[in-house]
Write a protein that binds this ligand. Sequence first.
Ligand code: NAD
Length: 492
Amino acid sequence: MTENPGREADLLGRVPDGLLIGGRWRPASDGATFTVHDPSDGSVVKEIASATAADGTAALDAAAEAFPAWAATPARERAEVLRRAFDLLQERADDVALLMTVEMGKPLAESRGEVAYGGEFLRWFSEQATHVQGRYGANPEGTGRMIVSQHPVGPCFLITPWNFPLAMATRKIAPALAAGCTVVVKPASLTPLTTLFFAQLLLDAGVPAGVVNVVTTKRTGPVSEAILSDPRLRKLSFTGSTEVGQQLLAQAAPGVLRTSMELGGNAPFVVFDDADLDTAVDGAIAAKFRNIGQACTAANRFLVHRSVADEFARRVTERVTAFRTGRGTEEGVTIGPLIDDRAVSKAADLVDDAVSRGARVLTGGTRLDRPGSFYAATVLADVRPGSALLREEIFGPVLAIVPFDDEDEAVRLANDTEYGLVSYVFTENLARGQRMVERLETGMMGLNVGVVSNAAAPFGGWKHSGLGREGGAEGIHEYLQTKYTLTPDPFA
Ligand code: NAD
């Protein structure tokens, strides 16, 4: 069921269905295709090319061939191409947002938010492109001059997940291009259409042939292995699960590839008894239910001081029961489907496990009896230690509350995970907030806010949540390598 089937059909007709290699769209070399589905009802959205390993190598051929000229292109010109892409994205924002909702399921308003967020990486890195600097100076002995310069690392392989189909692509492509690198992008096979549409936008913005290549495929392992084992590849940037990231790190080792890894999370959301509860509840709704809970930054464990736990639970439950579930294109829908039935089963299993260990269901706790991959927005109170959802990423609309008694216990529980992507803390006590900044093992922190993402900030995790940073002044350096040159003292 669609709000405007004619508009969707027209848009889907304009999405390329091939591989982008060397500036041309073409079918897979063996003609294979796969289908993309709408998670709100399981219907087929579009059929697109499924690359072979040879197609992956052909895409790397194109990236390697285009690299010298792109690396030599003045930074100002690279910046202007990215800026044109930013402008074109604003013009095509409604199309990109609708496409994301159709293939991924999030409500249209959230897709529009992702277009704004994802677009900012194009603008930010167009600005950063012209600010890459070296340095020149005497060595401490005074016997020579040291020159330090920055150079693009070379052709890059960028692998993106399905949960933010646009922003995870722009967060990698924009800094790579700004630095002078060329890329092969492999989007998730569940949500490739946004990347295909965006790649055409990049061509329209003036990105030269071969600078951005896209391989969609159902044969991920062989395609990825062919690219990773090729000595011309110099860098792998991956966003996805920690498990796949670990495998890819092993595959990147023989080539001693530069790697950036944006992996899983298990974010604690800590509410102290001195928190402003209205602020904490607003933060909780954003941190938990944005993207239907399918964000690496989603709050996974709500650690709430025992004295305010019941009131916090009552208020979030009131908000959650007012959500409207449905296809993301429908007016007023706040919760869409999960990405697929596997995700629904995972949420159901985690909730059942927590309930069997003594958690109380305040709302939800069930699959929805309708077509599509829907799970009810859920609030669980009194989640017991040992429950699987305290260790694993839930990746669904399930808010799990665990009471604590003092600050030390909150810190111990918050850090009790192998992940360290983001943490949220709500307190009106400044010194306590500062102590939490110092004590939490986390790459990012929201202090009295529930969403931290910003193109100008260094996004990334500690521990098993990853390596490297995307965005911020740091982001472009993931795609640059340093050269140090010594020359004699010119006065000697
Ligand atoms: P995933 O690891 O299953 O897949 C991510 C990408 O890797 C997809 O393109 C997939 O096709 C590809 N892939 C899978 N197996 C591969 C293999 N053997 N070789 C090469 N590529 C392979 O993750 P997902 O389910 O798409 O995304 C959800 C995960 O991503 C969650 O764990 C989430 O926390 C994480 N994530 C992290 C960030 C971050 O910035 N830290 C952002 C978004 C998502």
